[in-house]
Design a protein around this ligand. Structure first.
Ligand SMILES: Nc1nc2c(ncn2[C@@H]2O[C@H](COP(=O)(O)OP(=O)(O)OP(=O)(O)O)[C@@H](O)[C@H]2O)c(=O)[nH]1
Ligand SMILES: [Mg+2]
Length: 247
């Protein structure tokens, strides 16, 4: 039996972008088997919720592994949505998330699931990375690429964890490792994956950065100045929490 994988797709106002990606993801993961997917919609308004239901319902008829979506009453942030989805899943060997906009293709998701299944028992977290290595093409706006480099350096310098791209929208974590660190996780915004990384690192869980192809889909929600500032502040909070734990 292959290891089972549960993927959360965190969504906020994504009905305009998710359709083709979700359809393809359902197809390719059905062929893989033992993958479940849950959309966690993070407090969008009623018309948006209706549009998402209209996209998801026909796909669920064909693909039972696309689970009942979760519509949250309030906006918790990307991390809050991912963790809410993960906490609902009690069985899967692997917990993961993938961005809704299709910047990372369904094929890349299947490759990462394949890499996870090479592990006899899940022990190493897999962080997809926009590294432009091994022939993987990465198309991003230069501004986002630049801020990403600065942010990666900040994470490496402050937290002493060498990582190139902590923010890529595709990650898989062994469920047993997540359950150990979950009580310490506090950050629910866009920097949640930095805290996840730091907590895994502190718990002695290894991680690997896996280069993937990335074709940025226009219409992103991350506001370069406002959100970069919030994320930098969150990295500082993560460092302070880490120091408190080690004191
Ligand atoms: N749950 C939740 N998810 C969000 C929120 N904002 C964005 N997301 C999701 O986070 C993922 C990434 O957001 P994007 O809007 O694609 O971010 P971006 O500006 O394109 O940035 P990159 O994709 O990293 O280049 C998508 O799946 C979004 O739906 C939010 O407030 N709550
Ligand atoms: Mg995006």
């Amino acid at each position: 039996m292959p290891a089972s994988v549960h993927l959360v797709i965190p969504c906020f106002q994504e009905s305009g972008r998710i359709g083709p990606f979700l359809a393809e993801l359902c197809e390719v993961t059905r062929e893989l088997g033992d993958v479940t997917i849950r959309i966690v919609e993070d407090g969008s308004d009623d018309p948006e919720t209706d549009r998402m239901r209209a996209i998801i319902a026909p796909l669920r008829e064909k693909h039972p592994h696309l689970l009942e979506p979760l519509f949250m009453p309030d906006n918790l942030g990307k991390g809050g949505a991912v963790y809410t989805g993960w906490n609902m899943e009690k069985d899967a060997d692997w917990l993961g998330f993938v961005d809704a906009d299709g910047s990372c293709s369904a094929t890349e998701v299947t490759h990462l699931v394949g890499r996870a299944r090479e592990q006899l028992t899940p022990h190493t977290a897999l962080f997809a990375s926009r590294l432009s290595q091994f022939g993987k093409q990465v198309h991003r706006q230069w501004k986002r690429r630049f801020i990403g480099h600065v942010f990666g350096s900040l994470v490496s310098t402050l937290l002493h964890i060498r990582i190139h791209d902590s923010q890529c929208g595709l990650k898989l974590v062994p469920r047993s490792a997540y359950e150990r660190i979950a009580p310490a996780l506090r950050i629910h915004g866009f920097a949640f994956d930095v805290e996840l990384l730091a907590a895994l690192h502190d718990a002695g869980v290894p991680f690997l950065e896996i280069p993937i192809a990335w074709f940025e889909t226009p219409g992103g929600h991350v506001h370069l100045i406002r959100d970069s500032w919030r994320m930098a502040r969150d990295v500082w909070r993560i460092k302070m929490n880490q120091q408190r734990r080690h004191a």
